[in-house]
Write a protein that binds this ligand. Sequence first.
Ligand SMILES: [Zn+2]
Ligand SMILES: [Zn+2]
Length: 334
Amino acid sequence: MQAWVVDHPGPVATSSPLRRVQLPEPEPGPGEVRIRVTACGVCRTDLHLAEGDLAPRRDRTVPGHEVVGVVDALGTGTGRFTVGDRIGAAWLRRTCGRCRFCRSGRENLCPDARFTGWDADGGYAELCLVPEAYAYRLPGSLDDVTAAPLLCAGIVGYRALRRAELPPGGRLGIYGFGASAHVVAQVAIAQGATVHVLTRSAAARELALSLGAASAGPADDVPPEALDSAVLFAPAGELVPVAMRALDAGGTLAVAGIHLSDVPALDYDSELFRERQLRSVTANTRADGDEFLHLASTLGVRPRTDPRPLAAADQALEDLAADRIIGAAVLVTE
Ligand SMILES: [Zn+2]
Ligand SMILES: [Zn+2]
């Protein structure tokens, strides 16, 4: 099968960390099903893996963890799906099921968690294996390309929104406006929030306003009103104090990314005191995923997609790194 692997992690603009290869067709192991991939979203985490911001966990791994396709082979001991079912595979690939986090509804914090496209081959390929217990059924209202970005950008973004403790009808600031942020904005707006978007990309600011954001300004702007909650999607640690200053008393900032550049020292009086809270977000639980996919379908959330052929995955990552993608890039197998 055709696939891409991370060969030599490095900057996508000046090196070629991805290599296009032919791999043997993977055979599903016990508890796994095989997906014939039709669409795979391009997530910023793929870029962090390609560029080495996240250290590789094995050699020459196929990236991609927003995988949509059709079940075409079943491993032993499976029974949740049948051949021909349309399913999705996401970032969280496997957890231990026994630790105190797994046993208390926090499997996203499992120290033995494994991730698609990092610990095991992902969806930048024609075929991909997924443990059936960690796969998702996809709402029929979403076509393959539209569903793909929901599997990480959507699910993890939704967890970030919940971690930001946005009150009903509240004022939400969104820093950075890529794939995840523009999905979260749609959820928050549909639920009655006032959303202020702060991002360096003028095209992304235009998209934000077209989706119903109340305001859109540069990343270091002061939003027009104090915020109850904010989510930092840009992997830019220098925006943490900026966003903390924009919070009202009692407000919460959730940092959504898996990788963040250095965070400058916070000024206690203006950036933390008065019960402002700073939180991180780590992956998601399967319950987050099911809840979000149902919500996305009922609220009519639709990511703006930029479909690319699978053969152009390297170009898609370069465009993501250079802020040339509006919404979410999705690789489509021919
Ligand atoms: Zn565990
Ligand atoms: Zn992701």
